[in-house]
Design a protein around this ligand. Structure first.
Ligand code: HEM
Length: 543
């Protein structure tokens, strides 16, 4: 039987099977799509053929831009068609952002949009994890308030893993693949915050956590080709790799979580053996403390805690790696005459000298140039074309007060990240990477005497920081569901950048390795390489 099956696996048969799946997917997609009002203008394909749907994958970015120029800039929403397995969405103008993000969660839901986009039915071990994203609540409540205390640990981890990844050879140039290097650095630093010092350096744990996030991304692509009625059959098969990778991480996290629960209980009970013990400042402690305070027995199951680490790593790893990758390539391929790397080097050395040579909240807050370089890269080298997706979960749908249209239950509404970030009315020379675009004004303001500083102007300039989301900066979302990890990311990326420029010379790249687009998402230039050499007068950040 299996012999017969194998004999039938020819290129032709595979193509036919893929074609049938695509056709089925497109037909079912058309049938189940939410009916958007006819008063909303449409962009993109004007016929419903499968071929047009397939070609749409290549053209959807252009359609989105057309809609942005024609409708969003005139304060109007429009419908962007779905391509392949994705669903059509309503793209609202930035003037409606406040309305969008202020809708209650039982009308427009962030988590339901994430659940659909990430295939929450299958890709995250149990649907419960994304149906009730308790890990997000824990992060919202705990990360920012514990961040300052985490800085010395992050600094320590940055130094260690940057030395490991970039080497310490002061004689020869070393060529490194930027993507792979960041994948060796970022998960480790991020997990120092999530699971602490010992586990964050465990390669088996890290490799499998990264493996899991890759599984989710791969499934996001593959599910597009599987018609919805067939997903209960194929979904569990696609999720096998996710279970495998999770179980390899749980091998390490489960004993840690169980031990932490015992330690916290004994400490709280006043056990004298724990007089000198301090609870580690990491996600595991925050989760146990938060779930205890919230009285949620379900979230105190040690297995559940280990599972929560998985979507959290998913939210943190690729987003940060893509942002760091974009920023490094933008900086290194900019004209050296613009002095970006030297400028950040000068800033980092000056700020660290002022603060006694160690990173702390004040020192990091003064890294205006590094802060600006990252924010500007998120604008010009955006990793998605639309963002801030919300799903209509109110049975009666949602009505828009500005234009009067109504979107039914199941519809999706988003913001035009790319159009807004590349709009000449928002940014002078919008296609140019101007690393210090957001820091020049701040530096100039700081250089004035105190009497000459207008506090309102100071406040306005502060809004140009990486973590301040708003009309012209939505890369972290906006409103109450804006990324709660962004304060952590700002610290992490500034420390990485500072360590790199203080301790390494980097050869400029003649041109920016190209980013490709697949539908509305980027495929970063994962083969890009840079050459680095350890500086003989290296300035170890916390030495
Ligand atoms: C450069 C890196 C990152 C980027 C670009 C990024 C971007 C985003 C965006 C766009 C959203 C969705 C906002 C919305 O739909 O309105 C989001 C949500 C979220 N991010 Fe991040 N993120 C990054 C890093 C992190 C890190 C390191 C963590 C964890 C420590 C994290 C945790 C979360 C969580 C928990 C949410 C869900 C918030 C909610 O729905 O209330 N992110 N992020």
């Amino acid at each position: 039987m299996s012999q017969m099956l194998l004999e039938n696996v020819t290129a032709g048969n595979v193509l036919v099977a893929v074609g049938v799946c695509l056709a089925g997917s497109s037909i079912l997609n058309a049938w189940r799509k939410p009916r958007y009002p006819s008063s909303l203008p449409r962009v993109g394909r004007d016929d419903k053929s499968i071929l047009s749907g397939l070609k749409g994958f290549m053209h959807v970015g252009g359609w989105l831009q057309d809609g942005y120029e024609k409708y969003n800039k005139a304060d109007k929403a429009f419908v962007l068609p779905g391509v392949l397995g994705t669903q059509a969405e309503v793209i609202v103008p930035m003037s409606q952002m406040q309305w969008l993000v202020e809708q209650p969660d039982n009308v427009l839901s962030t988590s339901a949009a994430h659940y659909d986009a990430l295939n929450g039915d299958y890709s995250f071990l149990t649907p419960r994890l994304l149906e009730h994203p308790y890990h997000e609540h824990v992060v919202h409540r705990n990360l920012a308030r514990n961040l300052n205390a985490l800085i010395p640990a992050l600094d320590d981890e940055v130094r260690r893993c940057m030395d490991d990844a970039f080497g310490t050879d002061t004689e020869n140039w070393t060529s490194v693949n930027v993507w792979d290097t960041l994948l060796a650095i970022v998960p480790r630093i991020t997990n120092r915050m999530m699971v602490g010092e010992l586990l964050c350096r465990n390669n088996e744990y890290l490799d499998n956590m990264v493996g899991f996030t890759n599984d989710v991304v791969r499934n996001m692509i593959l599910f597009n080709f599987i018609p919805r009625p067939l997903r209960p059959v194929f979904g569990p098969v696609l999720a096998l790799a996710n279970y495998y990778h999770y179980s390899k991480t749980a091998k390490h996290t489960l004993p840690l979580v169980k031990q932490r629960m015992v330690d916290l209980e004994r400490k709280d009970a006043g056990d004298p053996a724990y007089d000198d013990w301090e609870a580690p400042n990491d996600y595991i402690t925050w989760h146990i403390r938060q779930a205890t305070a919230d009285g949620l027995a379900e979230e105190l199951d040690p297995v559940r805690v280990t599972m929560r680490l998985v979507p959290l790593n998913f939210a943190a790893i690729h987003t940060t790696v893509m942002t760091a990758h974009g920023t490094l390539l933008d900086l290194i391929s900019a004209d050296p005459a613009r002095g970006y790397l030297d400028g950040i080097r000068e800033e980092a050395a000056r700020v660290l000298a002022d603060e006694g040579g160690v990173w702390n909240k004040n020192a990091l807050a003064k890294m205006y140039r590094a802060d600006s370089a990252v924010r500007e890269s998120m604008r010009v080298s955006n990793f998605a074309k639309i963002l801030v997706q919300r799903k209509v979960v109110a049975r009666e749908g949602v009505a828009n007060p500005s234009e009067g249209w109504h979107v039914p239950y199941g519809g999706t509404i988003s913001l035009p990240l790319h159009g807004n970030g590349h709009d000449g009315e928002n940014f002078e020379h919008p296609e140019e990477y101007d690393a210090f675009r957001n820091s020049r004004g701040r530096e100039e303001f700081e250089a004035r005497g105190v009497a000459e500083r207008d506090p309102d102007e100071g406040l306005k300039l502060k809004r140009q920081s990486l973590v301040t989301t708003g009309n012209t900066h939505i890369s972290f979302g906006h409103g109450r569901h804006a990324c709660p990890g962004r304060f952590f990311v700002a610290h992490e990326l500034k420390m990485i950048l500072a360590y790199l420029v203080l301790n390494y010379d980097v050869k400029p790249l003649p041109e920016r390795p190209a980013t490709k687009w697949i539908g509305l998402n980027t495929i970063p230039a994962t083969d890009a390489r840079i050459e680095v050499k350890r500086r003989t007068n290296a300035f170890t950040a916390s030495s």
